[in-house]
Write a protein that binds this ligand. Structure first.
Ligand SMILES: [Zn+2]
Length: 323
């Protein structure tokens, strides 16, 4: 693998743009803290005298430090974690579950940072989030995990918007390619170029029309690269579905250096989107997908039929009857 997602993205929850993976270190420490507190806390219902002495000495500091020897598997940071929890929760830390401890441990140094003294917790930003601080990250995170999207599509969107898909500009930057340009059209091959490249003009034009139809504006490269798109809630699912499907076809076409057969692509996307009909709530996404495929990706002839003035004008955004 050429590039890895930042550690922060691996362990953040999916509601914060992360992959929600289990951090082994945090999980182990959480188990250790939880069993120590359950047995050493003064209100414990499973009291252990030795652990209680350690608790009084190193957490509550009622006993003189050194009165009880600190075992090496309980580090000073281990006791700091418990003291910080007491600052926030007081005596009721005994009711914190192992999962709760795990969250606290992740949020004090791995995915978030805890300010000494004030105890204020702030999210650790990725390089991209710091660089593109003007973006609406909440919007981006929510679109990446849009309810109803297949897992494979969510994963594609996360990789795309975190810049983890390979393109020539990236290969050039890390010294794996001489030129940062597209093999098919010689323009700079940036993250968004796949959706703008003239090699598959019929498809990329269709996608641009879809972008304008759903967002009501010309989307610039920064917003498209991050998927920071203002799309009405009811259109988000079918839009993201088509974006990923079209993106995959475009990537495959580049790799094979063979232009897309748009009829074949439409048929394949239509077949995949039928899966929405098997769900209880997302049947509208199939209807919308079919409508956009026939009106925006059907080639110039059909597009002219749906517009009144010129071939580039958009059909009016269709409002689905279901939410
Ligand atoms: Zn190109």
């Amino acid at each position: 693998m050429l590039i890895k997602p930042s550690e922060v993205i691996l362990y953040r929850g999916s509601d914060q743009g992360g992959m929600g993976l289990v951090h082994a270190g945090a999980r182990c420490t959480a188990n250790l803290v939880s069993s120590f507190v359950q047995q050493g806390h003064p209100d414990s219902i499973y009291p252990n005298l030795y652990l209680n002495s350690l608790y009084r000495c190193y957490v509550l500091e009622e006993l003189e430090q050194g009165k009880v020897k600190r075992p090496p598997f309980y580090s000073t940071d281990f006791f700091k974690i418990i003291k910080e929890a007491i600052e926030d929760w007081g005596d009721s830390i005994i009711s914190i579950s192992t999962k709760g401890w795990q969250k606290r441990i992740l949020e004090r140094s791995i995915t978030h940072r805890r300010e000494e003294g004030s105890g204020i917790i702030e999210t650790i930003m990725t390089k991209q989030e710091t660089r593109m601080s003007q973006a609406n990250w909440y919007n981006i995170w929510m679109l990446r995990v849009k309810r109803g999207l297949p897992q494979s599509h969510k994963s594609w969107l996360l990789k795309y918007s975190e810049g983890l898909h390979v393109n020539n500009e990236m290969l050039h930057k890390i010294g794996k390619r001489l030129a940062p340009t597209c093999d098919q059209c010689s323009l700079p091959d940036s993250r968004t170029h796949v959706f703008r490249c003239g090699f598959n003009k019929q498809v990329t034009d269709g996608f641009q029309r879809l972008l304008v139809t759903t967002t009501g504006e010309d989307v610039d490269d920064d917003d498209l690269a991050l998927i920071d798109l203002n799309i009405p809630t009811s259109l988000q699912l079918p839009f993201l579905f088509i974006m990923v499907e079209v993106g995959c076809h475009l990537q495959a076409s580049r790799n094979k250096n063979q232009p897309i057969n748009i009829q074949k692509m439409n048929a394949e996307i239509a077949a995949s989107s039928k899966a929405f009909l098997l769900t209880k709530n997302y049947g509208f996404a199939h209807e919308m997908t079919m409508f956009w495929l026939s009106s925006l990706f059907a080639g110039r002839k059909e597009v002219v039929r749906t517009s009144t003035t010129n071939s580039d004008s958009m059909p009016v955004a269709w409002s689905p009857t279901q939410p």
